[in-house]
Write a protein that binds this ligand. Structure first.
Ligand SMILES: [Zn+2]
Ligand SMILES: [Zn+2]
Length: 139
């Protein structure tokens, strides 16, 4: 599926084609820290289709416990994480953070990875009180 998207400040815009059969939730602790929340949701980008349209990204190379190196690319201005790529000179998948895509409603995950480090409460979200916006907000 062709997608496009942008970062929070709007400086970075991109387009890509993603494989909708490869969209996963990742509960690894790196995704928790990097996202600042409970888990990451990423889609596999079809080889050669990710194109940065505007803006500038910065890169942080994260070395996993496995020794695997990933280049995390994020907006240089607002820090929104856009993609993770294989380290320079290495083979591998580009994964797109689906929360930045215009088409995010159509990008549903098909599996959960690293469930052993998932937050204990994360499977029970539907049991929490739920508000359309925030309690007491004027709609
Ligand atoms: Zn930005
Ligand atoms: Zn992860």
């Amino acid at each position: 599926m062709k997608v496009d998207g942008k970062c929070l400040c709007g400086a970075v815009t991109y387009e890509a084609e993603v494989d909708t059969s490869k969209i996963v939730i990742c509960h690894c602790t790196d995704c928790q820290t990097n996202s600042g929340t409970a888990y990451g949701v990423v889609a596999a980008v079809v080889d050669g289709t990710f194109k940065l349209r505007t803006g500038e990204t910065r890169t942080f190379v994260k070395v996993a416990d496995s020794g695997n190196r990933r280049r995390l690319e994020f907006c240089a201005t607002c820090g929104t994480r856009i993609v993770a790529k294989p380290a320079e000179g290495e083979e591998g998948l580009i994964s797109l953070r689906i929360g930045t895509a215009t088409q995010r409603d159509q990008l549903a995950p098909i599996a959960q990875l690293w469930s052993r480090s998932a937050r204990a409460w994360v499977q029970d979200l539907s049991e929490l009180p739920s508000f359309e916006t925030v309690p007491g907000a004027k709609s």
